[in-house]
Design a protein around this ligand. Structure first.
Ligand SMILES: NC(=O)CC[C@H](N)C(=O)O
Length: 446
């Protein structure tokens, strides 16, 4: 599958809107598009997933999987090879990879590193709201910087963000040197701003960009030129992740439990039967050999969760020794209680000895690395796991709480540890990626 990377000159330049418009423009030209996102984020991919194909986001019955979910490409979490394997499992004839921050920013998994690992060309999104010839100068700088820094980054052209047509656009285009293509513009348009994720944590289907507006914007993009520059990454061998087992894993999937990397679902499905259920919509937990509760927004559905049957069933299953893995929001549902920012406290499953409280600001947002102090559901003793943490809550744990992981990098639950354990239940603030060994170990433990 050919691909392009949409990189930005900085955070907040409008990469997400440019990416969504590129996706729509390519679809309008008859292509099947696989969206992807550099970095570990769950929010931007949800915006991609919501505009791709016929997918129009979720309803509360728990349908949160779009037709072609956006893939998470993170060099630090997956390694170069893992990243290429993940990319290769995408579907479509062209992959559009949205970058993270400014093109060269980030020392663990920058957009430049993702583009290098996949050998994909970079289309640079440059803010044109207050410039014309200087837009071209900026692009030349980003292109030349690669050689200066000894990087294998191929900036092939620009999308001018917040550019008017006519004289403005012409001025930008004519100032570009021959080796930088003009891929079109995003007009200045207030309706295209996505509400700040840090305040409201808007997912793609909760704050959708109006599709008609997006499609109008897409008409200003030069898809023919994008198709010309798109390239295919180096080939990879698929890895054998272990034999399929006659086991069944129940995965919570609804508006409360929605932070799942597509690669994780694929990995689980490759080795076990996966059944999904929607606890926030009143589903009970299906019969299964193991249960996975991904992260999400249990705090927004705390009353529905507390009223439904799933939490009590989780408590019973945990006591029976069924392996249960909860990540961040999933761990919160396994805790004793969850207090929202309004001060309401809801009883949760009561499996893990922690009282979780939502805070006004995010408490952690970064890559994490954990080392296992004991053999646990997702790791053997001394294994290291890489993941991502992003949450507004904090967890107050009982004095005799048992942790399975030391935190080598990141915050974990108390700054030093992650992985609360009781019975065969494990709850982490870390979300681990399927290219780590965690999910294979989980399947092996069933
Ligand atoms: N990453 C997550 O699962 C987030 C959980 C929850 N919404 C919080 O902010 O704490």
């Amino acid at each position: 599958m050919n691909g392009v990377v949409i990189g930005g000159t900085r955070s907040g330049v409008g990469k997400t809107v440019a990416t969504l418009a590129v996706v729509r423009a390519l679809e309008a030209a008859g292509h099947t598009v696989q969206p992807a996102k550099a970095g570990p984020d769950f929010i931007d991919p949800s915006h991609h997933t919501a505009v791709v194909g016929s997918a129009r986001g979720s309803d509360d019955s728990g349908n949160v999987d779009g037709e072609r979910p956006s893939r998470t490409l993170d060099v630090w979490l997956e390694g170069d090879e893992g990243l290429r394997r993940n990319y290769a499992r995408g579907e479509g004839d062209i992959c559009v990879v949205e970058g993270v921050m400014g093109l060269y920013d980030g020392d663990r998994s920058s957009t430049a590193m993702v583009a290098e690992a996949l050998d994909l060309p970079v289309v640079l999104v440059v803010d044109a709201s207050a410039g014309m010839e200087s837009v071209a100068a900026t692009a030349v700088g980003f292109e030349r910087y690669a050689a200066h820094a000894g990087r294998d980054v191929d900036v092939v052209g620009i999308v001018a963000q917040r550019a008017h047509g006519g004289r403005h656009e012409r001025g930008i285009r004519e100032a570009l040197p021959d080796d930088l293509a003009y891929f079109g513009r995003i007009p200045p348009e207030p309706d295209l701003e996505i509400p700040d994720r840090h305040l409201g944590l808007h997912m793609g289907d909760e704050a959708p960009i109006d599709l008609a507006t997006l499609d109008e914007v897409a008409t200003h993009l030069r898809t023919d030129r994008l198709i010309d520059v798109a390239r295919e990454p180096p080939a990879v061998d698929s890895i054998d992740s272990g034999p399929a087992r006659e086991k069944r894993v129940a995965v919570a999937r609804d508006a409360a439990f929605r932070f799942v990397y597509p690669a994780t679902m694929e990995r689980l499905r490759a080795r076990a039967e996966v059944v999904t259920f929607a606890p926030a919509a009143g589903d009970d937990v299906p019969q299964a050999d193991g249960i996975y509760l991904p992260g999400g927004y249990p705090e927004l559905h705390a009353a529905a969760l507390a009223d439904g049957p799933a939490l009590a069933t989780l408590r019973d299953r945990a006591g029976e020794g069924i392996p249960i893995l909860g990540e961040c929001g999933g761990m919160m549902a396994l805790a004793e209680s969850l207090t929202t920012v309004d001060g309401d406290t809801h009883e949760m499953a009561g499996v893990l000895p922690a009282a979780v409280e939502m805070c006004e600001r995010y408490q952690a947002l970064d890559h994490v690395e954990l080392s296992a102090c004991e053999s646990t559901l997702t790791a053997n003793a001394n294994d290291t796991l890489r993941g991502h943490e992003f949450h507004y809550s904090e967890a107050a744990v009982d004095a005799d709480a048992r942790f399975a992981f030391d935190v080598e990098r990141g915050e974990g639950i108390d700054g030093e540890h992650d992985g609360l354990t009781e019975y065969r239940t494990l709850g982490t603030y870390a979300h681990v990626h399927a290219e780590s060994t965690a999910f294979d170990r989980f399947i092996d433990s069933l």
